[in-house]
Design a protein around this ligand. Structure first.
Ligand SMILES: [Zn+2]
Length: 160
């Protein structure tokens, strides 16, 4: 099982993790022959800076602040979608927000643990859930397109 739950809920994600994520993003872009432009890089840094899910509007605001100019929404959406498509960022559907993906090369399912108190979101990737889902899909003859499970609750740091 892969997870960043301890790091996320204890607020231990730091510059080192962000730098590693940027390096990995650079590598993936190179591999897929995509440009890691300075605008994309800045959006990616914003996705990682607090490691909290951010709405597109919040990302747009931060981007405008950093670049010292107004950025139109389609530019922001294109940059975010670029990272979501490459698996470098995830959309948290129930929050309508985005967060950097800690395991961009994992082919497994994504399970998001959303703390309703501190609003942090950790990710879990586990083969056992994939196997259970595969069995269900087979039984029901349902073709799986995307696995995305969001779980809401209270993290260990916030629970009394
Ligand atoms: Zn919490």
């Amino acid at each position: 099982m892969l997870t960043n739950a301890k790091l996320v809920f204890n607020k231990n994600i730091n510059q080192k993790h962000t730098e590693a994520a940027i390096k990995h993003a650079e590598y993936l872009c190179l591999q897929k022959q995509q440009k890691f432009t300075s605008l994309r890089r800045t959006v990616f840094e914003i996705l990682w800076e607090d490691y909290q899910p951010l709405g597109a509007y919040e990302i747009k605001q931060r981007l405008s602040m950093r670049l010292g100019k107004k950025i139109d929404p389609p530019t922001v959406y294109r940059a975010i979608e670029f990272f979501v498509d490459l698996g470098l960022a995830n959309k948290i559907e129930s929050l309508n927000a985005y967060i950097g993906c800690p395991f961009p090369s994992s082919q497994r399912s994504y399970i998001f643990l959303i703390c309703e108190n501190c609003k942090n979101v950790a990710e879990v990737s586990t083969g056992s859930v994939d196997n259970s889902l595969a069995l269900i899909m087979e039984k029901l003859k349902f073709k799986l397109r995307k696995q995305h499970i969001e779980v809401k609750g209270i993290c260990s740091k916030c629970s009394p």
